[in-house]
Unconditional design. Sequence first.
Length: 447
Amino acid sequence: MARLFGTDGVRGLANRDLTAPLVMDLSIAAARVLGEEGAFKGHRPLAVVGRDPRASGEFLEAAVVAGLASSGVDVLRLGVLPTPAVAYLTHQLHADVGVMLSASHNAAPDNGIKFFDRSGYKLPDELEDRIEARLGEQWEPPTGAGVGRVREAHGAVEQYVAHLLSTVPVSLDGLRVVVDCANGASCDVAPETLRRAGAEVFTIGTAPDGLNINAGCGSTSLEALREAVREHGADAGIANDGDADRCLAVTATGEVVDGDQIMAVLALELRETGALAADTVVATVMSNLGFKLAMRDAGITVVETAVGDRYVLEAMKAGGFGFGGEQSGHVIMLDHATTGDGVLTGLHLLAAMARRGRSLDELTKVMTRLPQVLINVKDVDKTRAKTSPELAAAISAAEAGLGDTGRILIRPSGTEPMVRVMVEAASEEQAQNVAEDLAGVVRSALG
């Protein structure tokens, strides 16, 4: 059977794949495994639970709370907050475990669950596997005073906003910014943070109704942000995804700024202020070759990992590095956060503009993106992507045609039933042609 946990927790169609009984069982199993690990030793255990505003989060939150409390864990309900806020507050509130309900950038019908340890880090694969192995197991639940108690958390948004503001000593006074919150978890946090940092803020994607999260807005759909930046004559636009662990941006002229460009700007900013540990950035194999060349020219080392912010984080912790991220906009600043934080990233990107007195368009010229085409091939058997002889032969032939002027990356999605085909080449036309050819092979070989 396929592993239940993916690269970012357990995710699926809410009430079909991700049901209330499954989420409750996962919460019970997590409490039992963490208890056996000694996480609760010597004190009454405490969990914090947050969610994004999608409709299914309401009943799934109830299931999580029921599972934890029935296992003897006290619960603080944080309500709607970004994923990185839940990670931060898990540590700050001295909780033993944090739980976030979100499907991140996915559409409203999906949802997901992920767990954080008491330090605010996602649980390692080994613990997730042990949780999965305990699902449905018979056990003796506590009774009487042994059951967990449930309370509402107060002041969580303010505590998190204050933390974000404490990380940036530069005022954003004079900057006009549009922020797109994807009708998601950052609707309260992001505008409030940027306003208190000094920016003049215009908002879109801040009217969540439980069903419109990521719908034509946010970091996966930037056209509305581009239009709003032009309409308001803003200096920049900032886009989060549904749970606000990602950040992409738009320049005053409407040009999209991806995660690689954001990392390039912030890496140079951190290096100049002496805050880039070992002059090293951790990035994934998906990062554009132009990013790697820019870092090389700046004397900054790039450490590569598999795709997934958890693998970026693992490499950062193992190597003692403080900065890394993904092209998708997951940017991790370990001095301030234990996971990707879209609001924090946007704040620091704008602070770089303010500190240097330069436009975002000027700052992003530190790197030149090679033409890159990404095609998501859906509804195929992603488990055979690494073993198909037909696909392997097609990749070899395409690589021979590109030579040293480009590269190819074929990888199964960690969260969805699809295979991602990425091609970089000297021209957009060449990259598009090669990607389409390979996507066709993926469909025929794995369909």
